[in-house]
Design a protein around this ligand. Structure first.
Ligand code: 5GP
Ligand code: ZN
Length: 144
């Protein structure tokens, strides 16, 4: 995609600090990290949404992300790591080329997800919502 910043990074038109590359994915340093070492793993093919990424590519993104997380623990002495993906503007996606964030974490890094914990009104409300989602899950279907 011509005016996609991450496609332009893949094409070499915009520089990046590369961490890992293979035929399916590229991993590079995020320009504005949550913590030093924060990287992005992206598919080489343009996908706006993670939902249109084929299983083999999605599997590679997750595999590279988790191995990079382990590398952060070994190389940066991180205590752990977050894998994070925002899909859609309302979810916080700013760059419209699907990407997995890998963020090294330490006990003293002072960063906290703004993670709220609502309650369901009843078990049946929770079960009804679960059934609605379950009915619509179609493996093998790629969509935006
Ligand atoms: P999002 O909010 O879409 O999940 O995350 C986009 C991420 O891309 C942000 O963390 C931002 O810092 C990073 N980013 C945006 N533009 C560039 C760029 O030109 N180069 C690099 N390396 N990272 C970028
Ligand atoms: Zn793109």
């Amino acid at each position: 995609m011509k005016n996609c910043i991450f496609c332009r990074i893949i094409a070499g038109e915009i520089p990046c600090t590369k961490v890992y590359e293979d035929e399916l994915v590229l991993a590079f340093m995020d320009i504005a990290p949550i913590n030093p070492g924060h990287i992005l793993v992206i598919p080489k093919e343009h996908h706006t949404s993670v939902a249109s990424i084929p299983e083999n590519v999605g599997g590679r993104i997750f595999h590279v992300g988790s191995r990079a997380g382990v590398a952060m623990k070994r190389a940066l002495h991180a205590d752990g790591f977050n894998l994070h993906l925002s899909d859609g503007t309302c979810a916080g996606q700013v760059v419209m080329h699907a990407h997995l964030h890998v963020v090294p974490r330490s006990l003293e890094d002072g960063f906290h997800w703004n993670w709220r914990q609502l309650k369901y009104a009843s078990d049946s409300e929770r079960n009804a919502i679960a059934a609605q989602i379950s009915e619509k899950i179609k493996l093998g279907e790629l969509s935006e």
